[in-house]
Design a binder for this molecule. Structure first.
Ligand SMILES: Cc1cc2nc3c(=O)[nH]c(=O)nc-3n(C[C@H](O)[C@H](O)[C@H](O)COP(=O)(O)OP(=O)(O)OC[C@H]3O[C@@H](n4cnc5c(N)ncnc54)[C@H](O)[C@@H]3O)c2cc1C
Length: 423
């Protein structure tokens, strides 16, 4: 395709990955970020083989894997030590694994790459709130769009608009396509600390979860090393673990007011080996709350605008797919622009078509599954305790659950994405 002038809104996973892919394909990019000095913040995330495949294409695989923690197994138990889910990556293919990672490591890798691309200009401290169609010489509306910031200043114009401003997108309302955006009442408190040997030994290479009904959910994710810029030259990063605690958004205040002792007792009762993690928590402020959104759009483009990442399809993180889907979005956008080199509208239509099955599967699966783990209808927690262990014993269900975890389910008909990963 001839070189396009592309404006990207948001420099998170989707925005930065798209900037790098599109710049390398020869397009000129301006990436707008509302935060004045973006930095490597956040909790642990799991990168799935799909996300690792995209990082390979970006040349970032080795660096990211070297700072992550290899995850071979997802184990979820109930308080009665009953296994609810027990899945291994290797059972789907030799050498496959997930990666527990400090979100800042992914940010540093992607944003750092975007900074190094000669065709990418980054404008920070610009909060884009609106798009305005530019006029062509004769006064007719053109295909280019101005970006309007919060102070009503105009930036651009740009020929292709990539909206990647996250789950709370302010630009999504500009689209004429039908959509549904709902905050989920439940979210999670999270803490990242040193990984104690006791936890590393007891749960080696495992994303470990303990549940009691669907109102209590504790998770430990081995998280690898700190982002390079947070490491001091005097003390290299310890290995980290992320603790997640499920909570309804409207109960967070009461949780903070109740103090830590009662909560710590509950955590100890669920997982005694968590003690050395709890010892690192002295103040409620060390646990941060993250809420979830459910965003459903029926296609992800209009004439010259395309929506990527959480702006397009945020879900709860129950299946650990958000960053992986965002990375895959960016790669597919690059591919569609290459496959339809003469027609931007056709390239964006190709993008929506190509994302349809993969996104439909993960959005639906996540929406159906989440209330069984975090939700108000307690009966669903009991049903889960009965049904999921049985499903795990039937090989076809177990394989489907494993492929779902990998991120490769391309629709409901059993088709899967093809991965190319280092052997
Ligand atoms: C508790 C929790 C656990 C999670 N665990 C996992 C996991 O294990 N695995 C996984 O893959 N995913 C996980 N996710 C989901 C994952 O974090 C998201 O799916 C992913 O970050 C989406 O990337 P994004 O680039 O679309 O959005 P974001 O990362 O939110 O980036 C959006 C960017 O846009 C900027 N921005 C926002 N508004 C504007 C504006 N108006 N103008 C300019 N810039 C703007 C923001 O500052 C930000 O930099 C988890 C999420 C939560 C909450």
């Amino acid at each position: 395709m001839r070189a396009l002038d592309v404006g990207i809104i948001g420099s998170g996973t989707a925005g930065s990955a798209a900037a790098v892919f599109l710049a390398r394909a020869g397009h000129r990019i301006t990436m707008y970020e509302r935060v004045p000095s973006p930095g490597p913040v956040g909790a642990g995330i799991t990168l799935q083989p799909t996300g690792l495949h995209v990082l390979c294409q970006l040349g970032l695989y080795d660096h990211v894997v070297s700072r992550g923690a290899r995850i071979d197994r997802l184990l979820c138990e109930s308080t009665k030590q009953k296994t609810i889910v027990d899945l291994t990556y290797e059972s789907a293919g030799e050498g496959l694994f997930g990666l527990g990672l400090h979100r800042g490591v992914l940010f540093e890798a992607l944003y750092g790459s975007a900074q190094q691309e000669r065709r990418v200009a980054i404008k920070t401290g610009v909060e884009v709130v609106d798009l305005a169609r530019a006029e062509s010489r004769g006064g007719a509306p053109s295909r280019w769009s101005w970006f309007v910031d919060v102070d009503r200043r105009r930036h651009g114009p740009h020929e292709l608009v990539v909206v990647a401003d996250g789950a709370r997108s302010q630009l999504r309302d500009d689209t004429s396509t039908s959509k549904r955006v709902e905050p989920y009442p439940w979210g999670a408190l999270w803490f990242v600390g040193r990984q104690p040997a006791s936890l590393a030994d007891a749960r080696a290479r495992t994303l470990y979860q303990v549940v009691d009904g669907n109102q209590t959910f504790l998770g430990f994710l081995p998280t690898g090393l700190l982002p390079v810029s947070l490491e001091s030259s005097l003390s290299p990063s310890p290995r980290l673990v992320s603790l997640f605690w499920s909570i309804r958004g409207d109960r967070v205040r009461a949780w903070r007011e109740a103090g830590l002792d009662a909560w710590k007792s509950k955590v100890r009762a669920l997982a005694a080996e968590a003690e050395p993690v709890l010892d690192q928590i002295h103040d409620e402020g060390q646990l941060l709350y993250a809420g979830y959104h459910d965003v459903v759009m029926h296609r992800w483009h209009t004439r010259n605008v395309v929506y990527l990442g959480d702006a397009a399809h945020a879900t709860s993180p129950q299946l650990g797919q958000g960053c992986n889907l965002a990375l895959w979005d960016a790669m597919e956008l690059r591919d569609c622009l290459e496959e339809e080199p003469r027609d931007l509208a056709a390239a964006l239509a190709c993008y929506s078509r190509r994302r349809e099955e993969h996104l439909a599967f993960y959005q639906t699966a996540t929406r159906l599954l989440t209330p069984f783990f975090q939700g108000d209808a307690e009966v669903l927690g009991h049903l889960r305790d009965l049904a999921m262990p049985l499903m795990g014993k039937v090989s076809i269900f177990k394989r489907m659950m494993t492929l779902s975890m990998l991120g490769v389910m391309d629709g409901f008909l059993g088709r899967t994405l093809t991965l190319r990963l280092p052997t």
